[in-house]
Design a protein around this ligand. Structure first.
Ligand code: FMN
Length: 200
């Protein structure tokens, strides 16, 4: 992998690789780990990166509005992101501030409409993610367990669906390389990314 040596190139590479990941199942940047502050502890989980708006420096993912991450973000909207691509040996660590989008907004309706019934199914689990149950299948209403599903089968999931957008405020890029690791930081200031090199 070529060693990146200019800050402009780093930014270009970040947006290019994230854009690729949005459209490509299996791309390592498609499955970032996000962290919230949950009560007084950090809490991490994997999500699917669904969209990237480079000019708005915004990332988007879907979730269940009953989940812990949503209640965490209602208290503290700061969310950190971690991506690692082993083939490029690049780690991305971002800081962001989130906004929750609920029914009625154009963005919310568009995102729900993009999902096929099999993807909407997860929002039909009977109780909030993390609720104790005795047997694993008890998470689902009976009719949801019968495939194939159509739109009507999963319509009830819409009330649990939530779209989260995260406006990025800081980017931390690290590339591992046999010739030496390179690391760059970018802060959003005065309407632009201000970058600098730092020790890895
Ligand atoms: C590969 C992968 C992708 C996932 N994508 C999502 C996602 O896009 N949204 C989501 O809410 N949970 C997703 N999950 C499940 C979360 O990691 C997590 O277990 C769940 O959302 C409950 O998190 P919370 O209780 O911390 O809110 C995914 C899990 C895996 C393994």
């Amino acid at each position: 992998m070529k060693l990146v040596t200019s800050l402009e190139e780093v930014l270009d590479q970040i947006w290019r690789n994230l854009s690729e990941a949005v459209g490509k199942k299996g791309h390592p940047f498609r499955y970032p780990v996000i962290s919230t502050i949950s009560r007084d502890k950090p809490l991490q989980r994997t999500v699917v990166l669904r969209s990237l708006f480079v000019t708005g420096r915004t990332l988007l993912f879907h979730t269940d509005n009953r989940s812990r991450k949503v209640s965490d973000l209602r208290v503290n909207p700061r969310l950190s992101w971690l991506f690692y691509d082993d083939s490029r040996r690049v780690q991305l660590h971002f800081e962001s501030r989130c906004e929750l989008h609920e029914p009625g907004s154009e963005l919310y309706e568009n995102e729900w409409n993009k999902l096929v019934p099999g993807e909407r199914r997860i929002y039909c689990v009977k109780h909030a993610p993390g609720t104790p149950i005795v047997k694993p299948h008890q998470a689902w209403p009976e009719d949801i367990l019968n495939s194939p599903l159509n739109e009507d089968d999963v319509a009830a999931g819409k009330e649990n669906f939530c779209v989260i957008t995260a406006e990025l405020t800081k980017l931390d890029w690290l590339q591992l390389h046999p010739e030496g690791e390179h690391r760059a930081l970018f802060h959003w200031k005065d309407d632009e990314w201000k970058g600098s090199w730092v020790c890895p």
